[in-house]
Design a protein around this ligand. Structure first.
Ligand SMILES: [Zn+2]
Length: 418
């Protein structure tokens, strides 16, 4: 009889520990995340074919409650370094520039995660205002212009602030600009300077460097396209009635426009760093701008989300198209359910629209694939901003784009729209 009680006690302890550690996110998590998770899954679950698994709820909670570290302020004075696209920057050159930016009282620099090859991924907050706007770049390896544009803009803005220029002081007093200059530092470094710069020689990108076409390589060091790896509602699946988008790959990328989402969404540390970052800042922000570098177009809106969200997104896109001649596309240019989803902007758009993470699908979820319940009355927009006509490493072309397409003015106008 005694043994039965002992057995029951042990079972209760095991189940209790399991629920506590795995379902609730673990003993080190003090933040209440109940409102972030649902167990509801889509009612029209039978219309889809899944080709990438979802994320575990415990892993999701761990991701969004990540504890990044804030770089301590160096004691030495801010240096007014000028960068004008004279040379390509190694990722550790970018890190040195970030360290210098951190010397200004206008900035706050945090490390939000590490890449597969253990490079730090930075978020730079500039400004003391409470109107928050988010920018990121460099999710795609060979799109090296975006990180340079963000660094150029930040350096000039902080230099102007340190020089007491009115415009910069105004921006820094009224806004909070939060920027990730480079989401995929391993890919950035390897496409520009060669796979020899990858430290871990066992990684996919190093081992396959002979076969990889780096000029168009988008993926991270594991051959995974981070911009398909987000657990958005439609990430890693397609409607069974559709044909799977021809760009989607089911094996790691060799750089021939083969987009591999990975076997499991949210599998990559770079993806999880951005998920954490969006979780932290998106709810208070009026916009999220993701920089890419092919086509001189702006994608805005998602056909399955609310009108107010799509209008707000199109407004951001039009700020760009009215400043230079980039073409602003609206929600009608976006397709959903062809296997091509799982981008950072899909994910962010759905968070803004009130989607929660479903422990059943391992993705953001909102009751139905075809007609999701969405939050109306939204005050934040999301755009994908594609600079440059096509992929290039040519610094002359990259520099001309920045000046002739007035990208600094575009960024400032977007910031001031909040
Ligand atoms: Zn891209």
């Amino acid at each position: 009889m005694k043994n039965i009680f002992k057995l029951i006690l042990i079972i209760v302890i095991i189940i209790g520990t399991y629920i506590y550690v795995f379902k609730e996110g673990g003993i080190f998590i003090f933040k209440n995340t109940d409102d972030k998770i649902t167990d509801i899954q889509e009612s029209d679950n039978d219309i889809i074919t899944v080709f990438a698994k979802g994320m575990k709820a415990s892993n999701y909670i761990k991701t969004i409650t990540n504890k990044p570290y804030t770089l301590t302020k160096p004691n030495d004075k801010y240096e007014k370094i000028i960068y004008d696209f004279e040379e390509h920057l190694h990722y550790n050159d970018i890190e040195k520039l970030i360290n210098n930016l951190n010397k200004s009282d206008a900035t706050l620099v945090t490390v939000i995660g590490n890449s597969v090859d253990k490079r730090s991924i930075y978020s730079i907050e500039v400004g003391h205002g409470n109107k928050t706007i988010l920018f990121d770049a460099g999710i795609h390896a060979a799109e090296v212009a975006g990180p340079l544009y963000i660094m150029k803009y930040l350096i000039d803005l902080v230099n102007d602030y340190e020089n007491n220029m009115d415009e910069a002081i105004n921006i820094i007093n009224n806004y909070k600009i939060v920027m990730i200059p480079c989401i995929n530092p391993d890919g950035y470094e390897a496409t520009l300077f060669g796979a020899k710069n990858i430290n871990n020689k066992n990684l996919y990108i190093y081992k396959n460097s002979e076969d990889i076409l780096f000029e168009t390589y988008k993926a991270n060091a594991n051959g995974i396209d981070l911009n398909r790896n987000f657990p958005s509602q439609h990430g890693g699946l397609y409607y069974t009635s559709n044909v799977l988008n021809e760009t989607v790959s089911k094996k790691p990328s060799l750089g021939y426009f083969d987009y591999y989402p990975g076997a499991k969404l949210g599998s990559e540390p770079e993806t999880r760093a951005v998920m954490y970052w969006l979780e932290k800042h998106l709810a208070n922000s009026y916009g999220y701008i993701s920089l890419h570098s092919a086509g001189r177009v702006i994608y805005s809106g998602k056909p399955n989300l609310a009108d107010s969200f799509n209008e707000k997104s199109l407004k951001l896109a039009e700020i760009v198209s009215q400043t230079n001649d980039y073409i602003a596309f609206d929600k009608n240019e976006e397709e959903v359910g062809f296997g091509n989803d799982g981008t950072s902007t899909d994910y962010a758009s759905e968070l803004i629209s009130g989607f929660k993470f479903s422990s059943e699908t391992g993705r953001l979820s909102s009751s139905s694939y075809l007609s999701p319940k969405v939050k109306e009355d939204i005050n934040a927009g999301v755009i994908t901003l594609e600079t440059l006509p096509e992929y290039t490493f040519d610094l002359e072309i990259i520099k001309d784009e920045y000046y002739y397409k007035e990208l600094a003015r575009v960024f400032t106008k977007i910031i001031k729209s909040g």
